[in-house]
Design a protein around this ligand. Structure first.
Ligand SMILES: [Zn+2]
Length: 360
């Protein structure tokens, strides 16, 4: 989605002035923040008619948007009036706009007013006008008048960064809602939650290819059973177990007889010795504990009685907030690369493995 943002006036044209405020400066500030909010939170492209204090003729503003093939045009202005009692926010579309454009206006207007309504200014409503930038743009176009530089209330508000920033953020949210923009994952991480994206046969084949110990191949079905039961992707947990146990060969502090597939420590662990790690009664119970431990990270209800360390993790401030495998770094293990390594060195290979036709 291509969005053209037009900060009004600029250069030799200051726009409305009063109370030491200048429209051309204010609208550039709002527009630049709006651009940043849009680009960092939603899937879209943004073009500005100006990014500095420069003169841009009206006919060039619509021409820039038309030539670029913008899907939406949004013009940012502030108001002025001879009466200082006049304060408020209002928005405009072209007089003969189609319903779609009016719907956009309504959604954006509402989002901005829901922010501004707390600050003592007024809602001057949804309006139409025969403005050149609205008339000459070929795509849906909305113009916002962000308060009065002349107003006794508004001029105070326009001096505050929190108001300028809040209006920009509310505008971005309104535009995103109106246009149905797709949210951008700031982390772009690998989700822990979800249905399996790999089969047990695939997992076993992958484990065999990586020379896994037979005990590691044997537990794959438990991973798929508990993963489906609790809603955590089994291939994610199985990949983590591969990393933690060197594909079931162990070789670290944990003894294979402990049935501890994920390096889970005891509640009162004080070091990294064998006795600092939990022992589970069966291989299957160790798998159940692994999922319960992940449940504390992602905020799911454990299956059966949870182990001691689960309760400790559950009490940490970030418990229940972890969403991606990458975020496990610095939490499950002190190494910040821990989660990335699970994805890079294990999960990617598992997902790319083709199950042999004989299967099992
Ligand atoms: Zn203006």
């Amino acid at each position: 989605m291509k969005i053209c943002i037009d900060p009004g006036h600029g250069g030799s044209d200051p726009g409305a002035t009063g109370n030491g405020l200048m429209e051309k400066i204010l609208v550039l500030e709002i527009a630049l923040r709006l651009k940043n909010y849009l680009l960092s939170n939603w899937q879209c492209e943004v073009k500005m008619t100006r990014e500095t204090d420069m003169s841009v003729p009206l006919k060039d503003r619509s021409a820039i948007a038309n030539a670029w093939g913008a899907d939406f045009y949004f013009s940012v202005h502030c108001n002025g009036h001879t009466n200082q009692e006049v304060n408020g926010w209002e928005s405009f579309v072209y007089t003969n706009s189609p319903q779609r454009t009016k719907n956009y206006q309504a959604a954006i207007h509402k989002a901005i007013w829901s922010f501004l309504s707390a600050y003592g200014t007024s809602n001057r409503g949804i309006k139409t006008a025969n403005f050149q930038v609205l008339r000459e743009t070929k795509m849906s176009a909305v113009l916002g008048e962000y308060l009065f530089v002349s107003g006794n209330i508004d001029s105070q508000l326009l001096r505050k960064t929190e108001i300028i920033d809040g209006m920009a953020r509310a505008t971005a949210e309104g535009i995103a809602l109106a246009l149905g923009l797709e949210k951008k994952d700031s982390e772009q991480g690998t989700p822990i939650l979800g249905a399996p994206q790999a089969s047990i046969a695939q997992a076993r084949e992958w484990a065999r290819n990586r020379n896994a110990h037979q005990r590691f191949i044997d537990i794959a079905s438990f991973y798929w059973n508990y993963g489906k039961m609790i809603g955590i992707r089994p291939e994610v947990a199985y990949s983590q177990a591969a990393k933690e146990t060197a594909f079931g060969h162990y070789g670290g502090a944990v003894d294979p007889a402990q049935n501890n597939w994920a390096g889970i420590k005891t509640r009162n662990a004080s070091g990294d010795r064998q006795e600092d790690h939990e022992t589970f009664s069966t291989p299957e119970d160790g798998v159940r504990a692994h999922f319960n431990h992940l449940a504390a990270y992602v905020g799911l209800i454990p299956i059966g009685e949870p182990h001691g360390r689960y309760l400790l993790v559950k009490s940490l401030p970030w418990a229940g907030t972890v969403r991606t495998v990458e975020e496990l770094g610095g939490k499950w293990a002190p190494n910040l690369d821990y989660g990335k390594s699970i994805v890079r060195d294990y999960l990617t290979g598992l997902l790319a493995t083709k199950a042999s036709p004989e299967g099992d």
